[in-house]
Ligand binder design. Structure first.
Ligand code: C5P
Length: 397
């Protein structure tokens, strides 16, 4: 799939740079050519010699190298590739990109390029979560930059949380998705998926039986048609889709914030089974079982994410799709829900236990739109996803 593709790989100065050596190998195994560029800081973590040996090509690293300018000017260098990949994308590189700085070769190439850009951020968890980095991330997304990762996990600095660079094969999947040419190429689509967990106390929570299977299949189907997918998922049972930007959340409120941070989008598909209620006050310590007394749980309403996005006056995605999991009067309830939430389509399904749909591999849906209700035959969740993605592509084209 990557045969005859050229990747301009900008390696930033972070401890994750060692993974970029493996990334080069994986890309070349798949037939891609890699033109490597090292920032000055990157040369502290990996040597130009090892990068060039693995890439089988010359390494570019300093801006004012006259020989290079004679061989290939930096403007030209920025345009020879099918895709520019920044891995690791450090907090500093992201800030430079967001601000349009051009004070070294890497940032100059990023400003001069007219090819799509994919970044794989890697940094300390606090740096990642800092509002400045999150602002830069939103700016970059708004500029059309694709983002792969970061993952949660143990970090080289001894802390735990989001900030680890994606694994080389995850970046390869994101590169393949970015280079795939389909009817949704250039479209950015937001998908929510999975259940949410609403804490009662530090050990207990309220949840539901959503597996995340349908939302995951939709994200994959949209990706396969070339879309740049942002996948906001609660704690789902199924594996996360490859080649999409995954944002992991736990509660409805976090999902709401992640969805708004991911806008703008050309379409948004709300497949998540969001908890309607959370605890009015989650307890900070475990509620004790006391003789004779039952705890009284008081609820508060969660934000309705779908309705909030569908009713946006400014920046509403042109196509907003909601789901309706019903146990009776499916069509009537879903039609009313479509009007109440102001979404364009509702994908309605019957989740009564006897259907085996919740957590199962199949789905029987009715698509409710302006043109009325259309009953689809019962089919695999993958097939439902493929058909929905095809309809989305038709509508957005
Ligand atoms: O109202 P109900 O939960 O049945 O609506 C289902 C649809 O609304 C789904 O698309 C679901 O993802 C979305 N939803 C949401 N935020 C909520 C509740 C539901 O986005 N708080």
């Amino acid at each position: 799939m990557l045969a005859n593709k050229r990747i301009l790989l900008i390696i930033g100065g972070g401890i994750a740079a060692f993974k970029s050596l493996d990334l080069i190998r994986r890309l070349r195994e798949r037939g891609a050519a890699v033109t490597p560029v090292l920032t000055r800081a990157a040369t502290e973590f990996v040597t130009p010699l090892s990068v060039s040996a693995l890439a089988g090509e010359k390494v570019y690293s300093a801006l004012f190298d006259l020989t290079d300018e004679a061989e290939m000017g930096h403007i030209q260098l920025s345009r020879v590739a099918d895709l520019v990949v920044v891995a690791p994308a450090t907090a500093d590189l992201m800030a430079k990109m967001a601000q349009g700085h051009a004070d070294d070769l890497a940032s100059t190439l990023l400003l001069a390029t007219d090819t799509p850009v994919l970044i794989a951020p890697a940094m300390n968890v606090r740096m990642w979560e800092h509002p400045a980095t999150q602002r830069n991330l939103a700016t970059l997304r708004g500029d059309g930059v694709r983002v792969c990762g970061p993952n949660d996990g143990d970090m080289a600095c001894g802390e735990f949380g989001p900030g680890r660079m994606s694994e080389p094969l995850e970046i390869v999947a994101a590169i393949e998705a970015a280079l795939s040419d389909g009817p949704l190429t250039g479209k950015r689509i937001l998908v929510t998926s999975g259940p949410t967990h609403e804490p009662i106390d530090p050990v207990r929570y309220i949840a539901n039986r959503s597996s995340g299977a349908q939302g995951t299949a939709i994200a994959e189907a949209l990706r396969d048609l070339g879309a740049d997918v942002v996948f906001v998922t609660g704690p789902a049972a199924v594996a996360r889709p490859a080649g999409v930007t995954v944002v992991e959340v736990e509660t409805a409120q976090q999902m709401h914030d992640a969805v708004f941070a991911a806008l703008p989008a050309d379409a948004a598909v709300f497949a998540a089974a969001v908890a309607d209620w959370r605890m009015a006050q989650a307890q900070n310590s475990k509620i004790k079982k006391t003789a004779g007394g039952l705890p009284v749980l008081q609820f508060a309403e969660n934000p309705d994410i779908l309705a909030a996005v569908a009713q946006l006056e400014d920046g509403r995605p042109p196509l907003v799709v909601g789901f309706a999991a019903e146990t009776d009067d499916v069509e009537a309830n879903a039609t009313a829900k479509r009007a109440r939430k102001s979404c364009d389509w509702i994908v309605a399904n019957d989740v009564s236990p006897e259907t085996g749909i919740m957590g199962g591999a199949e789905n029987a849906v009715t698509l409710i739109s302006d043109s009325g209700a259309e009953v689809w035959p019962r089919m695999g969740k993958d097939a439902v996803a493929a058909e929905l993605a095809r309809r989305i592509a038709q509508t957005l084209s």
